[in-house]
Design a protein around this ligand. Structure first.
Ligand code: DX5
Ligand code: ZN
Length: 232
């Protein structure tokens, strides 16, 4: 529960962040151990409320359980209608980075300030169908932009290349801003995202549907690092 974790997230980049969305929740701790052993350093947690998105996943108890189980930073992606109300409970549960959707809130600057006051990193996420200009008002108030490369809500969707142009534009306007991409990232799409200037790559099915997480992570890492400018 401190912004020192934000520095460790920043320093980890370029990095692959596994999303546990489609993992075996009957064996969550073992899944996290496998992801750690595969070489990943930060966990991406997809919180959905069945309202902002049609899907429903988990809330604070799972975040708190993972917090007790691992020292990996927890990057919490809030796909919920009321992120301001749940920000403190999520931070109390152990979130290190909290990302809310710009589409979900009336005043993103106010919500970003509220999250920042809780002492964690703050990110703002944007869906592919939302004009990038919606972010303009709050880019000076956040540590990270999460550029969605699928419509938020489900794992396993195909990659929308509009995200690449967005990463490129944000990177040229904000050289120091942490940029994360989420949705449809695999060995065929990760290179273009890295070339465009992305730092953090959320990967769900390309790891979880593999029999061997270590092999999957290492192939993704190779594809990321061999992109132009891949290794920083
Ligand atoms: C989608 C979630 C993603 C999802 C990614 O709304 O935010 O984090 O788990 O899964 P893949 O990599 O399968 O698109
Ligand atoms: Zn996500």
């Amino acid at each position: 529960m401190n912004r020192a974790k934000l520095d460790s997230i920043r320093e980890a980049g370029p990095a692959i962040l596994p999303s546990v969305l489609n993992c075996d929740f009957g064996n969550l701790m073992a899944e996290v151990d496998r992801l750690r052993e595969a070489g990943t350093e930060i966990l991406h947690l997809d919180v959905m409320d069945g309202h902002f998105v049609p899907n429903l996943t988990f809330g604070m108890p799972i975040v708190e359980g993972l917090r007790r189980h691992t020292d990996m930073p927890l990057d919490v992606h809030l796909m919920i209608s009321d992120p301001a109300t749940y920000a403190k409970p999520m931070v109390d549960a152990g979130a290190d980075m909290l990302t809310f959707h710009v589409e979900a809130v009336k005043d993103p600057v106010e919500v970003a300030g509220k999250v920042r006051d809780l002492g964690v990193g703050v990110g703002v996420a944007i869906n592919p169908g939302t004009p990038l200009s919606e972010l303009d008002v709050c880019l000076d108030s956040v540590d990270m932009v999460l550029v969605m490369s699928v419509e938020a809500g489900f794992g396993g969707q195909s990659f929308n290349p509009v995200a690449i142009d967005r990463i490129r534009e944000l990177r040229s306007r904000y050289p120091e801003l942490l940029l994360e991409i989420d949705g449809g990232i695999n060995t065929s799409t990760i290179g273009a995202a890295r070339e465009a200037g992305c730092d953090l790559f959320v990967v769900g099915s390309a790891i979880i549907s593999s029999d061997d997480y270590t092999v999957a992570v290492s192939e993704l890492n190779d594809a990321m690092m061999s992109a132009k400018g891949g290794s920083r």
